[in-house]
Unconditional design. Sequence first.
Length: 152
Amino acid sequence: MMKRSTVAAVAVLAAAVSLPAAAQFQKPEDAVKYRQSGMFVMADHFGRIGAMVNGRAPYDAAAAVKNAETVAVLATLPFAGFVEGTASTEKGKSSAAVWSKRADFDAGAKKMQDEVAKLVAAAKTNNLDTLKAAFGEVGKACKGCHDNFRNQ
């Protein structure tokens, strides 16, 4: 009996893991809200670092590290919400290019995540100039995707 339960549990788990990403969301709007929420929170923490590197807030090495690490975690989350059927024609929303040029979009996401990892390393150096340089590279990676995959 226990063996049968274990096999059944493994089968259910395997089926759940193999479902497409779209199945994670009840409605397309849920996927959009998910990705927008993730991007919003990520931008908030990135902005806290930006305030420091742009002189709008005092440099705080510990806060820079904490925010960079938070951005690194958040940078992996929104992309599950980019599912088929969620493109928009509204300004500032994801364009259909996300899906027609998916490999490029995914490469852009990976580039941003790689640059965020460098931002974390830079924050840990306790050197504002190093942080500024890494911050700029993350910004460029974000802008690249926004320019190519967001309706202008």
